[in-house]
Ligand binder design. Structure first.
Ligand code: ADP
Length: 256
């Protein structure tokens, strides 16, 4: 499934948060949105998922404008994993992941819905939490469950808002590897807001660097994550080393 964003603008109560955003994401690609706090990364993900309605421009999935699709249709093509999940009711993990089936469920839950949920829990390595209550889990475990819920929708495009922010380095790596596997084995595309430039570099096909509501640069990690761009966009002098995989890795040195 191909995602195309054309000339997208969005404002919160008249104050512009995104301006002239244009981006194409093809099937099986991992695209990271990077940029300083307030640059517009979360807002862009929400506009793609139509949680927020753009003031101008369009989001197309395989050429179809999302503005003309029903909520159910959108949820069958896109899964959104928010930054933090504040579930206040004591649902079990199984129930939370089953909520992801909502766009598919007709009158009642079918055997297929149950199998998809069980398979998703297995894929994410969280079957053992199945009957645990969500609000009793750690931040990292909750993050995996939020992703499992989005996957249970069987989306073609996964939108993730800082998926690694609550995780230690082992769980960061596991989560990024899971995203890589999804992309490789199921042809899903992933668009993620990322603070960690080194994880973005290691796992992304392309990086979109945002500054002040606009795209500053798009391209492969080694073209975007340069000393010059980091200096300009973040106001940080950084050393950029080339890893054994040929990708740039960043050591922030000082504010400029
Ligand atoms: P990022 O994810 O890059 O940190 P955001 O998309 O959260 O940036 O924010 C972009 C801009 O929109 C910021 O100036 C922020 O203050 C503003 N903003 C975000 N959410 C809201 C909101 N609900 N109401 C008003 N302004 C908001």
């Amino acid at each position: 499934m191909k995602l195309s964003i054309k000339d997208l603008c969005f404002g919160y109560n008249g104050s512009l948060a995104l301006e002239d955003i244009a981006l194409d994401v093809s099937e099986g690609q991992i695209v990271s949105l990077v940029g300083p706090n307030g640059a517009g990364k979360s807002t862009l993900l929400k506009c793609i998922d139509r949680i927020l309605k753009p003031n101008r421009g369009s989001v197309l999935v395989d050429g179809r404008d999302l503005a003309r699709m029903s909520g159910k249709e959108i949820s069958r093509s896109m899964g959104y994993v928010p930054q933090s999940t504040a579930e206040v009711f004591p649902y079990t993990v199984f129930d939370i992941v089953m909520m992801g089936r909502r766009p598919h469920i007709g009158w009642r839950v079918t055997q297929r819905d149950i199998s998809v949920v069980a398979e998703t829990l297995r894929f994410m390595g969280i079957e053992r939490f199945s009957s645990r209550y969500f609000d009793e889990l750690s931040g990292g475990e909750k993050q995996k469950i939020a992703m499992a819920r989005a996957l249970a929708q069987e989306p073609k495009i996964l939108l993730l808002d800082e998926p690694t922010s609550n995780l230690d380095i082992l769980h960061q790596l596991e989560l990024m590897k899971t995203i890589e596997r999804l992309v490789r084995e199921r042809g899903i595309s992933a668009v993620m807001a990322m603070h960690d430039l080194n994880l973005a570099s290691r796992f992304s096909h392309r990086v979109v660097m945002l500054k002040d509501r606009m795209i500053h640069e798009i391209g492969p990690p080694k073209e975007v994550l340069t000393q010059k761009n980091i200096n300009f966009v973040y106001g940080v002098r950084a050393e950029v080393l080339v890893g054994c995989d040929g990708r740039p890795y960043i050591i922030p040195l000082e504010a400029v």
